[in-house]
Design a protein around this ligand. Structure first.
Ligand SMILES: Nc1nc2c(ncn2[C@@H]2O[C@H](COP(=O)(O)OP(=O)(O)OP(=O)(O)O)[C@@H](O)[C@H]2O)c(=O)[nH]1
Ligand SMILES: [Mg+2]
Length: 461
């Protein structure tokens, strides 16, 4: 990513047909551009901020490309914190490209260039308009695939998540300053430890952090979703369950063993968590399967290896078979498995959800629909979804790592505080905890990480 402060321009709306298309321009001073781009029109310097000018958008020779609205935002009161201009024209791919090209031409004298992905938002971050979690939340809002993810992203975007982190970071900093002050007056050590009760205060911080971690883990689920794979022997009803859960008729269902040959994936959501569900070819002995099916079974195992949760389908009207057991034993050990006993309309079992010796078992029927809700419950539970009734903030894996890191340092600090021996080590652990928390909001963040975060944005944001 280029790190210069040259003025930048990009098409901010999605490519394709649309009523309106927007070219967005940002720079420390856009006067040179404005003079050239709007020459011959009624716009003159300085442009009135937040005022909609209706103007022609002309090419260099004065021929009209389009007409529309020009909106000017004076920095720092703009998205990026710099002077910003938005040109709203008609949303066609070519007309937008022509308008962008003309902007770059008119901006050449002030060094304007095409914006990189996320560069407007990166500037907003660098100009302290938003912190890093807020910037991430903007990208997550754009990418959100469920309403719950949108609501959580909005909460993070308005700074709720940052506020929680900052409050723990500030309290950690206070405590550290107290300890460092005490270190300068060693004779007051014992007095300090008795009066300020640092161990208790750190325990309080750890409890807050634990709560934030629980909430953030839910936020990560809402953002990243989970990948659920249906697996089992042939004819147990995997494709039937796939259709029931997705509410589609995507997968072919027949009484013939070996109907599904290839994997099929669809998206759905459970309580706002995006789920990708994959149906696979039934597993059976190579001798029973033809060439195509063998390839399909190979793919089944590939999919199983990539799952967050495996739904192992079994036929309740037949009961456990040797093959079922072999398949179960071949699942990767680190992936949670839910045993799903299907066809209870034939077997006479009641729909149920049980945890038996560490294994989750669900009894259901895809024909009558009984037990499907229990399966959804089991999937959410296996994913770690907890219904707290609290509003969730969208979060990323990066945040969880940093929160855990801060927690480890606080735990080490608590140990030091209890022993009361080494104030220097105590202060150091608090400093490290503080740094980990600050990396979340971006106060101490490497350029590499910033580059990685902003490059995942779309162009024009
Ligand atoms: N009675 C009853 N029949 C079911 C149920 N679920 C599926 N079936 C029937 O079982 C047969 C196999 O269903 P599929 O969904 O194709 O099974 P599959 O596991 O995808 O099979 P393969 O693709 O061959 O691996 C079909 O005839 C379904 O109608 C159920 O809950 N009850
Ligand atoms: Mg099938």
């Amino acid at each position: 990513m280029k790190l210069d402060t040259a003025p930048i321009a990009a098409i901010a709306t999605a490519s394709g047909r649309g009523g309106v298309g927007i070219v967005r321009i940002s720079g420390k001073n856009l006067d040179g551009f404005i003079m050239d781009f709007f020459k011959g029109s009624h716009i003159s310097l300085p442009m009135k901020p937040r005022f909609a000018y209706f103007v022609p958008f002309n090419d260099a020779e004065g021929n009209k490309i389009d007409e529309g609205l020009a909106l000017f935002f004076k920095g720092p009161h703009s998205y990026s914190g710099e002077d910003t201009l938005e040109l709203q024209g008609h949303g066609g791919t070519i007309v937008m490209q022509m308008l962008l090209k003309r902007c770059l031409e008119a901006g050449a004298s002030i060094g304007m260039r095409l914006a990189e992905p996320g560069e407007f938002t990166r500037r907003a971050f660098l100009n302290n308009r938003i912190d890093l979690t807020q910037a991430e939340a903007i990208a997550d809002l754009i990418d959100a695939t469920t309403e719950e993810a949108v609501r959580s992203a909005t909460r993070s975007m308005s700074g709720e998540f940052s506020k929680q982190i900052q409050s723990v970071a500030a309290e950690t900093a206070n405590l550290r300053m107290l300890i460092e002050a005490t270190m300068d007056f060693p004779e007051e050590d014992t007095d300090f430890l008795a009066k300020e009760k640092p161990a208790e205060r750190i325990e309080g911080l750890l409890a807050s952090l634990d709560h934030i971690l629980g909430q953030a883990a839910q936020g990560v689920l809402l953002r990243d979703g989970i990948h659920v794979v249906l697996a089992g022997q042939t004819n147990v009803g995997k494709s039937s369950l796939f259709n029931s859960l997705t509410g589609t008729n995507t997968a072919i269902v027949t009484p013939i063993a070996g109907t599904t040959r290839d994997k099929i994936t669809e998206s759905l959501q459970l309580e706002g968590i995006p789920i990708t569900l994959t149906d696979t070819a039934g597993i059976r002995e190579a001798s029973e399967a033809d060439e195509v099916e063998k390839i399909g079974i190979g793919r089944t195992w590939d999919e199983i290896g990539k799952a967050d949760i495996i739904l192992h389908l079994l036929d309740a009207s037949i009961g456990p078979t040797r093959e079922d057991e072999q398949t179960f034993n071949s699942f990767p050990e680190n992936i949670p498995v839910i045993q799903v006993w299907n066809k209870i309309d034939l077997s006479g079992h009641k729909p149920s959800l049980d945890h038996i010796m560490g294994t989750t078992q669900v009894y259901l029927s895809t024909v009558t629909g009984e037990g499907l809700d229990l399966l959804k419950e089991a999937v959410l539970e296996a994913a770690g979804w907890v219904k707290t009734g609290e509003s969730t903030c969208l979060a990323r894996e990066r945040h969880l790592t940093a929160i855990r890191d801060a927690g480890n340092h606080l735990a080490a600090a608590a140990e030091q505080a209890k022993n009361g021996e080494n104030l220097e080590l105590l202060a150091e652990e608090l400093r490290l905890a503080q740094n980990a928390l600050n990396s979340i909001t971006g106060e101490f963040t490497s350029d590499d990480l910033l580059g990685k975060i902003f490059s995942q944005f779309c162009i024009g944001k």
